[in-house]
Design a protein around this ligand. Structure first.
Ligand SMILES: *[C@@H]1O[C@H](CO)[C@@H](O)[C@H](O)[C@H]1NC(C)=O
Ligand SMILES: *[C@@H]1O[C@H](CO)[C@@H](O)[C@H](O)[C@H]1NC(C)=O
Ligand SMILES: *[C@@H]1O[C@H](CO)[C@@H](O)[C@H](O)[C@H]1NC(C)=O
Ligand SMILES: *[C@@H]1O[C@H](CO)[C@@H](O)[C@H](O)[C@H]1NC(C)=O
Ligand SMILES: *[C@@H]1O[C@H](CO)[C@@H](O)[C@H](O)[C@H]1NC(C)=O
Length: 534
């Protein structure tokens, strides 16, 4: 099933780009119609001949503009495809039609190579006509799909209500790791709805969300910089809202939000919708960092290797749900580039000396500028340690039967946590930590050193360069441990919902959820529309 979805997704992307290159309206104030306007009765088609208009405009600027609009639409298409998968519509009419449509576009693409500037010959005119027909059909499809998705959302709402009644019972079942893993893996419909609504807004009003030219603050090493890498627009907004609300002088703080291409538009809109009291926000996609390619990044190279693809995606859903023990290892999240970005901070932010890394499942409860005053003793990574007794020691995270691990590390060394890490980027550069990480990540191609995640390579990379921070900076476990003391939580600068029971899921723990919902913008129109809260 997952395989099918991925194929569909990639099938969708190429033809949509093509479709939009040919169909986008040339004026930025008149963007391609957003899906809200995809009502079949008012389908708008390019008013001028594509070929005629190509000749009269400066080609380069035009092409750039079209490419921009195309990539927005491609992201929206990807969102729909992924949404369809999430709703388990794999075998439904819609998915078949989308696939059919994309095949049609692909074959059109195959038989065409329109050269801008060349005279419109009969072949090209024919092509233009068939593209128009396909566009009309595409718009109908999207409009239809949207209706059906909205109905699914209503059904889900009903189910959620029923679910709430049975919560007590379900909680008992969910104590088992299995069902909570399932729930943690599946993104709730409301979240999907939110990112699509934001994406649609992005497309409807591109002029409002055009990327601003680089502000000097974004690179000013005298300010307080944060890195937040996330594909969850609501979670990221809670991190920012809480950090801004608790900072003494927001204008001294700079938030670097990095997401993937699919969520970029939604994030851009989310962080433009309200005022952050002067805090500076940069929204980028990790694809913007071109140095992060498979010739440099071992994880990307490994992702591309056929072996790993097989390991992660070939196992079909039926088998995956039977295989609880191994399921964790199959979650593509553990390989996502977004997760491994944390190992490239010095190169992503070359002008900065220090940066605070925040996971998207945390909430900030105090002004954090005190961290910039901590004496790092020349260390690279400021983190809270997590070991107690024999728990959370290095031997639990990596394979000490492997001679290389055995030789280099003490099995009883204390583990620490990601989630809130203060990085001294100058020390990082000096200690060549990225090279260290590359060395070990390359050795782990066949996963004999460690199995999954970013913590083991982190523990390895920062083995002798971690500075333990006072535990009140970062209190962990709100996503799995119901017995954390409220006193400890109250005193924490940052609380972390690590674990499967995320506060945005219905399995989140009720006693902790208010710490998070406190910072959700429930009065925001888009959040309303998608049935959050209530
Ligand atoms: C794809 O093309 C075929 C043949 O031209 C047509 O019958 C079919 O309706 C098209 N599919 C879609 C989804 O437009
Ligand atoms: C890949 O990254 C390296 C450096 O990390 C860079 O020199 C190279 O130009 C990049 N390649 C592409 C295709 O962007
Ligand atoms: C599930 O696993 C079994 C045994 O490994 C295999 O024969 C079967 O094809 C798998 N089913 C799917 C749908 O992949
Ligand atoms: C694992 O990878 C290493 C280095 O890439 C290689 O030498 C070794 O033979 C591999 N082991 C297995 C079991 O594939
Ligand atoms: C641990 O490393 C040893 C030695 O390379 C290897 O034989 C073994 O399979 C590894 N264990 C796991 C769980 O990968």
């Amino acid at each position: 099933m997952a395989n099918q979805g991925r194929i569909l997704l990639s099938l969708l992307l190429v033809p949509f780009l093509f479709l939009l290159l040919l169909s986008s309206s040339p004026s930025p104030s008149q963007p391609d119609p957003d899906p809200q306007a995809l009502d079949p009765t008012q389908t708008r088609l390019p008013r001028r001949s594509i070929l005629a208009s190509l000749k009269s405009d400066p080609l380069r600027a035009r092409a750039d503009l079209l490419r921009k609009q195309a990539s927005d639409h491609a992201a929206l298409a990807a969102a729909y495809a992924s949404y369809a998968r999430k709703l388990k519509l794999e075998n439904s009419k819609q998915v078949r039609l989308f696939a059919d449509l994309s095949r049609n576009f692909s074959s059109l693409l195959l038989h065409s190579d329109p050269k801008p500037g060349s005279d419109p010959d009969p072949d090209l005119l024919r092509l233009e006509r068939s593209v128009k027909t396909q566009i009309r059909s595409a718009r109908l499809l999207v409009a239809e799909a949207k209706d059906s998705f909205d109905n699914q959302l209503k059904i889900q709402k009903l189910k959620d209500t029923i679910f709430a009644v049975n919560e007590q019972l379900s909680k008992a079942k969910k104590a088992g790791a299995f069902s909570s893993l399932i729930a943690a893996k599946s993104i709730p419909r409301s979240l999907h709805c939110l990112s699509m609504r934001l994406m649609e807004e992005r497309i409807a009003r591109p002029e409002r969300y055009e990327r601003p030219e680089t502000k000097p603050e974004l690179e000013d090493p005298k300010l307080y910089h944060y890195a937040i890498f996330s594909d969850n627009v609501l979670a990221a907004s809670v991190v920012l809202n809480s950090a801004v609300a608790n900072s003494k002088d927001p204008s001294r703080h700079v938030f670097h939000v990095v997401t993937d291409r699919m969520n970029l538009g939604a994030m851009q809109v989310m962080f433009k919708l309200k005022d952050y009291k002067g805090a500076h926000i940069e929204v980028k996609s990790f694809e913007d960092y071109t140095f992060l390619n498979s010739s440099y990044v071992p994880v990307l190279r490994q992702l591309e290797s056929a072996n790993l693809q097989k390991f992660y995606y070939e196992n079909k859903l039926e088998n995956a749900t039977k295989d609880t023990a191994n399921m964790k290892f199959r979650n593509p999240k553990y390989l996502s580039m977004l997760n491994h970005l944390r190992f490239y901070l010095p190169e992503m932010y070359p002008k900065l000396h220090r940066i605070l890394f925040l996971d998207d499942d945390i909430v900030v409860q105090r002004d954090l500028t005190g961290l910039w005053e901590v004496d790092m003793d020349g260390k690279v990574n400021g983190a809270v340690e997590t070991c107690f007794g024999s728990f959370h020691r290095y031997w639990q995270y990596m394979n000490f039967s492997h001679p290389l691990i055995k030789e280099k590390f003490n099995p009883n060394a204390c583990g620490w946590a990601y989630g809130m890490n203060f990085f001294d980027l100058d020390a990082w550069r000096k200690e060549k930590c990225t090279e260290q990480y590359h060395y070990w990540q390359n050795l782990n191609e066949n996963r004999t050193l460690w199995k999954l995640g970013t913590l083991p390579p982190g523990l390895i990379t920062f083995y002798s360069t971690t500075k333990p921070l006072d535990k009140s900076w970062h209190v962990l476990g709100l996503g799995y441990n119901p017995s954390i003391s409220m006193e400890e939580i109250k005193n924490a600068a940052v609380v972390h919902f690590n674990g499967n029971m995320k506060p945005w899921l219905d399995i989140g723990m009720n006693q902790f959820r208010p710490l998070w919902t406190k910072y959700v913008d429930y009065d925001m129109e888009f959040i309303h529309q998608c049935n959050f809260g209530a």
